[in-house]
Design a protein around this ligand. Structure first.
Ligand code: DP6
Length: 360
């Protein structure tokens, strides 16, 4: 499919008003998206586990305007109060998707959104937030054109979410999702994410993600600034090639349930992401001392116990602790005994692999 396939032909129905609510999860990347081209095209393919508990619920109430408006007309409520400072992000999103949803200026939208996790937790809400909004807008498009089929609906929701925030493209479906052209993956696309099409061993069923909130402050580097640092980065080409290789390797890892190699790939990806930020200009260190304390404790515990606990990081100091469900009891005890002390106010969130967004 190409971008043009997402431009709709005439709508068949007239819809005066209505409302729809979607709950959409966050996701955690195993192979990281870091670096992009124009129009939110990723510089390399990425793959993630869809999460379950960490999610955004968004209700969109729409009312047709008498005449098409000059500009987008919407109010944004975050956790019950009007939020002016979130509006520019939505404005930019609407602008980017207008060609694909030509009805946008014909409606006034009331967008009411809330997160299952604290906003100030330092957990990115753009993946869950923008995927929930993309899905709500797709529901309206389906009202206007009931012939839209399920496959198109999901692909276009991911396509639109991507234009809001790259990682949001991976939050529509579960449980393992890939985004970006990759030679070894049939039907992979830069335009939208797809459900991972190959075998995933039962070792990965209900895989656990305990998110340790090390630093709940504002992000030091916005992801847009971060991605841009990969332009002219001295190691960018090697990094992009490595992401392709890691995805290729993961195919066997997922099929065989090879946890040892899984850990190696996932931790290497996290450290490489941070290495890219440390070696760009300007450079950033986004880990905190407690991030490193946690990493060392995880390595030490893994050696001591032969369990399969590992970590991954996004572009910040928080640590995602990943482990198989079969080791949950032992690893949760370790987290409580040895890792929680390094969290800000002792805060952490227990999550696991989830199965994608739902209409509520
Ligand atoms: C480090 O999706 O937040 O989490 O497309 O600019 O909104 P934009 O970037 P964003 O980048 C996330 C990068 C990451 C890795 C990942 O999720 O793959």
């Amino acid at each position: 499919m190409t971008e043009k396939d997402f431009i709709p032909s005439e709508y068949t129905k007239l819809i005066a008003k209505g409302e729809v609510t979607w709950k959409s999860p966050s996701n955690i990347a195993l192979v990281k998206y870091w670096g992009k081209e124009a129009n939110q095209i990723p510089a390399n393919p990425s793959i993630s586990f869809t999460l379950d508990t960490c999610a955004t619920t968004t209700k969109v109430t729409y009312k047709k305007l008498e005449n098409k408006a000059q500009d987008f007309s919407f109010d944004l409520f975050f956790e019950g109060s009007l939020k002016e400072d979130f509006k520019p992000k939505i404005q930019t999103f609407f602008k980017r998707i207008e060609d694909y949803l030509p009805f946008l200026k014909n409606y006034h939208f009331k967008i009411e959104t809330s997160n299952s996790f604290p906003h100030s937790s330092g957990i990115a809400s753009s993946a869950s937030g923008l995927s929930a909004l993309a899905l709500a807008l797709m529901s309206l498009e389906k009202e206007l054109n009931p012939d839209i089929n399920e496959d198109y609906f999901i692909k276009k929701a991911s396509f639109l979410a991507r234009l809001g925030s790259g990682s949001a493209a991976r939050s529509i479906e579960g449980d393992v999702v890939q985004w970006g052209n990759h030679e070894g993956t049939t039907n992979s696309s830069n335009l939208y994410a797809v459900k991972y099409p190959y075998k995933v061993h039962t070792n990965f069923k209900k895989y656990q993600d305990t998110i340790l909130l090390v630093d709940k402050g504002q992000k030091e580097v916005s992801s847009t600034v971060g991605h841009n640092l990969m332009h002219g980065h001295p190691f960018s080409q090697q990094r992009f090639a490595q992401a392709h290789d890691n995805l290729t390797k993961l195919k066997e890892v997922f099929a065989e349930g090879d946890l040892k190699t899984f850990i190696e790939i996932v931790e290497s990806e996290a450290l490489t992401l941070h290495a890219m930020m440390m070696t760009s200009l300007p450079y950033f260190v986004l880990m905190k001392p407690n991030t490193l304390e946690i990493i060392n404790k995880i390595w030490d515990f893994r050696k001591r116990t032969n369990t399969h606990v590992c970590f991954t990081l996004d572009a910040g100091a928080n640590v995602h602790v990943l482990y198989p469900e079969s080791e949950k009891e032992e690893i949760m005890q370790f987290i409580k005994d040895e890792l929680v002390a390094f969290c800000q106010n002792g805060q952490y969130i227990c999550d696991q692999i989830g199965f994608g967004a739902k209409k509520v």
